[in-house]
Design a protein around this ligand. Structure first.
Ligand code: MG
Ligand code: ZN
Length: 379
């Protein structure tokens, strides 16, 4: 922690004390400012992946429910085509960095992320993923390490972070570690309620922390029978984080949309997209009822160069009534990525802009622009 960070923390501490003195509740947002933010990231989800809901399955799409839509450029500080670590860091901290970085800038300086910023204002925070909870995307929302593959260190940082709810895979980074530590015991010593068997029905208590670590590394794929984990964990997270009528920030990742793209596997892609849409449905249903919740859905980059082209006809030519999902790469692509927003402040997310803007716009809409740390906005 360098000096400016200490100074920022002190300012925030003083401001928090000020709010307490004036008798303001946790909900210090003005009308039109969200007091809850749910950010859903479809890892590797480009516009073709989003479009699949309109051509496959029951032909309904949760994306119909959004009225405010934008586009982001996701290039990293070092590459036109980003990886999930650099783009996750950009989304979580508002700063572009090098491919592979988690929560650090190109000079290896620690960047404060959105969960750290809103925690200082009394908000609860959570991360849910279908990868390991220590994988690049969720890690960018609480950790600071030089490379995404340092998952044992990332697990230590998760338990030291302000995160109040986490769910996903990654047991081996907690209890099969090179240093021999059992981080599940460490977690329990810290008062975090850990479940490694399933999303137990908890009656969430305000101020309690919960961790669900349910697979060795990544969660099973939908085709292997993951079932309702992602929408159910989203629902449980909302319940736990809003306990005591608290403000909260929740990041939910459909991690395996990316893995399906890397595998060039259309059945896998369709199954992961439908599952992700079910999590989007849970978030939107809550936001509709709550009225103070901003829902933002986007991606860190596109994976697979997915195309919804016509299937080649038997007599030559193409059958324009039959869509064949095809891929142009086993890696990521540079296409602009859609942003969908719903709820108070949603109108801030239209236009074409850099992925770093999402961090800034989320905090601005919540009236927390002054809390954005100076080191996160290099000129
Ligand atoms: Mg990811
Ligand atoms: Zn990827």
């Amino acid at each position: 922690m360098h000096f400016t960070m200490i100074r920022t923390s002190l300012t925030i501490l003083l401001m928090t004390a000020l709010f307490a003195c004036t008798g303001a509740t946790e909900k210090n947002q003005k009308p039109g400012q969200p007091s809850r933010i749910i950010f859903l990231i479809g890892d590797g989800m480009g516009l073709s992946a989003v479009s699949t809901g309109y051509y496959f399955g029951d032909l309904t799409s949760q994306f119909d429910r959004f009225k405010h839509i934008g586009l982001i450029n996701t290039s990293s500080a070092t590459h036109k085509i980003t990886d999930s670590a650099a783009s996750g860091t950009a989304l979580a901290t508002g700063t572009k960095t090098y491919n592979g970085a988690i929560g650090l800038d190109t000079a290896r300086t620690v960047l404060r992320n959105i969960t750290e910023v809103v925690s200082e204002m009394g908000w609860n925070t959570g991360v849910v993923a279908t990868s390991a909870v220590t994988h690049a995307t969720p890690a960018a929302f609480y950790a600071h390490v030089e490379h995404r593959n340092m998952e044992e260190q990332i697990a230590v940082q998760l338990l030291d972070s302000e995160i109040d709810f986490f769910a996903g895979g990654g047991k081996r980074f907690f209890n099969q570690r090179r240093d021999g530590l059992d981080l599940f015991r460490t977690a329990e010593e810290k008062g975090i309620i850990i479940d490694t068997t399933g999303l137990s029905s908890i009656a969430p208590e305000p101020g309690r922390k919960y961790g669900f670590v349910l697979a060795g590394v990544g969660m099973p794929t939908m085709l292997e029978g993951r079932g309702g984990f992602l929408p159910e964990a989203t629902s449980l997270a909302i319940e736990a984080l809003s306990a005591g009528d608290n403000n909260f920030f929740l990041m939910v990742e459909g991690s395996q949309i990316d893995w399906a793209g890397h595998d060039n596997d259309e059945a896998y892609l369709l199954a992961e997209m439908r599952d992700f849409e079910n999590a989007v449905r849970v978030a939107l249903d809550f936001a509709e009822k709550d009225g103070n919740t901003l829902v933002v859905v986007s991606a860190d980059h596109e994976t697979g160069g997915v195309t919804l082209a016509a299937r080649p006809g038997e007599m030559g030519g193409s059958d324009y009534n039959d869509i064949l999902i095809t891929f142009s790469t086993g890696g990521h692509s540079a296409t602009l990525i859609p942003v969908f927003a719903f709820g108070p402040g949603a109108d801030h997310f239209t236009g074409i802009y850099q992925h770093t803007e999402i961090f800034h716009r989320m905090l601005q809409t919540a009236g927390l622009a002054e809390q954005i740390p100076g080191e996160n906005t290099p000129d």
